[in-house]
Design a binder for this molecule. Sequence first.
Ligand SMILES: [Zn+2]
Length: 716
Amino acid sequence: MLLLRQRSSKFRKKSWCREIFFRRRKAIATGGGGGMFHSVEHGNLATVPRAAEIEFAELADSIGEHDRRYYRDGAPTIGDGEYDGLRRRMEFLLEKYPALRRLHVPAVGDDRMDKFTRRPHLAPMLSLNNTYCEEDLRQFIGRVEKVSGGETEFAVEPKIDGLAMAVIFRDGRFAYALTRGNGAEGDDVSANVRTIGELPMEIQLAGTVEVRGEVYVDRENFLRLNAMRAEEGLEPFASARNLAVGSLRLLDPERAAERRLRFIAYDIGCGDGQFQTHSQVLCTLRSLGFPTNDHTVCRGAEETWRAVVHLGSCRRDYPFDTDGAVVKVNGRALRLLLGAQATAPRWAMAYKFSPERAETILENITLRVGRSGVLTPVADLRPVSLGGTTIRSATLHNGDDIARKDLRIGDSVIVERAGEVIPAVVAAVHAKRPPWATPFTFPDKCPACSGSLVRIGGEVACRCLNCDCPPQIFRRIQHFASKDAMDIESLGPQRISQLMDAGMLLHFVDIFRLNRSALASQRRMGDKSADRLLGAIEGAKKRPLWRLIHGLGIPHVGAETAKILAGKWPSMEKLMDLSGEQLQLCGGIGEVVAASAVKFFSDGHSRRLIAQLAEYGLSMADGEAAPKGDVAGPFAGKIFAISGTFAAMARDAIGEAIAARGGTVRKSLSKKIDMLLVGESPGSKVAEAEKLSIPTVDEGTLMGWLGVDGSAAAGI
Ligand SMILES: [Zn+2]
């Protein structure tokens, strides 16, 4: 079984069919970008013009460097189009001067890293040839149909911008997961892949089974995580793919779990001859519980091309970024007949949509002040239509980014929808630069409050240190009240602005000082809305501790970290007096986070703030919020683990309900776990629990304990 996508480009237009049958060995030995095979004579380097040799060496160097940034660091500095251009130029030189193969030719997309164990792939994990050109795709179809002898079935699927993964099951159980690596061996990233909720850990299939697919981050989650990073002064991820790569590379699975990785399966290997078509493969994968991609089966070039174009027009409807369509031969027997080149199968091709770009004027660069004082430059653009929406602004990440691109106010700039969602300024059109274009200088004072700005440590970001800076106050209150933190309904951004303008909110602690008569006198706010807001605020006082910890806005302490902290030390009083070493004893808390928490809790200002919140009646420990009777119930002091999904309640909600009743939920099973809660399609934890003699509890029993009527809770 040969498969896979990757960003290699090869544009081989020679006598392709003949190659299959008569020159297969040679084709494999010389097939594109490889560098893995050196046994074939390529002629004498002396016959290559010096200029071509130098150009080739430089290209190889720069491709190697870009590969390292793209595949290993997940932080490319050039776009896919530009990268493909370099690859194409290299292929062109190789074709023209085969002797160049004697030099170092960068292998396609080697993403192996030293920190992971490597394992060999069961079958080579190949890349896909790709193209931006309709003609190439039609030629590919033509070549296939020449071999098949007539109109052929192709499956057209969206190309997910993620990371290829091979997941191995042994006798129905998850065994390990490998990245593509160099195609022959990959990094074992099992610990992080196990955190992917939608990937079944058990399947109804015996023997060794390899499921291949794509690990990705969906668009919504990408935006959420980038917003969090911006607040923490960290450089945002350039694309959802980079985020997926970075997440799989984390050595701490708990942190990887925060990234909410997803998986889509597209191939299965479990003994040849079992499947006749790709459609059957997808159908089987679905029945085994894997999420699969949409696919359209088409016959012949016309229908296939129409499907590709259609996919391009509705690509934004997918929850993930897609930068192209993958066209695969549907019949498995024909695939075998077609075979593969060194790095890519001959039965598939990726057609990449050109990134949507537009030219406009950079009218100004303004600075947005975040919750923690981080200043993010934003490009104010002359409105321009891009991919169906009007773009008025784009993020510029940081001052270094502006300098690197040499952007000046007044420049004509190229705007691209990077990752299909976030518009980014790619470059300035320097030839069109007007004489009055002015470079942007990062101010030394905060534009909102004139406070001084600093760059802390190795951060790329600039921060305003004045904690009374109005936009910071606004964002801190907004964060405190947000759904992810204290979840105070009816206290959205507009309401916060209004109350700040009226002088009623200077800090989030003021939320608990709001009174009915003052509120009701506000514009667009009658008695009813005032009561609703006050009711929501009252409700927020009884939130689980992690929500309060998260709401405080401690740098580097996100929701997941807050949950870990509150899970281990369910009392604010205890938490405030812990040392960095003690905090780090807790799985999932690293040095940076621990230091940041200690700094926050030891600060006099923070301690006064927490004391004030306690005075206003906010719950400062988990368990307090529950009626006394429940604390002595089945939860008090007990440690639980969860497997599977529950019809009546989301897993997060179950965790909160248990915490509120004095129990703790852990992610992994160990002897310390008192009970395993087992929902619908549970994973390998059930068998593990049996081994450890941990009792299991089903949904009905759990809901009974929680006093929840399943049917009612499902509607919450
Ligand atoms: Zn400021």
